[in-house]
Design a protein around this ligand. Structure first.
Ligand SMILES: [Cu+2]
Length: 64
């Protein structure tokens, strides 16, 4: 995706999940049905995870 884009995560599960981008302090909590948005204003490779299930809920956003 291109710099300045916004990624929206949607929690389709029956449990609370979260999104935290590596290097940022903010944790976006999502109860069932809720969304979290993060705007990426600089290029780079950004890892993110669910702070509640960090073992197996993680991913990467590539910004160019
Ligand atoms: Cu989770």
């Amino acid at each position: 995706m291109s710099t300045g884009s916004t990624v929206t995560w949607t929690n389709h599960d029956n449990f609370t999940h979260s999104v935290q981008v590596q290097g940022e302090s903010e944790v976006h909590m999502m109860r069932p049905g809720e969304t979290a948005e993060v705007t990426f204003s600089a290029p780079g490779t950004f890892n993110y995870l669910c702070t509640l299930h960090a073992q197996n809920m993680k991913g990467t956003v590539l910004v160019s």
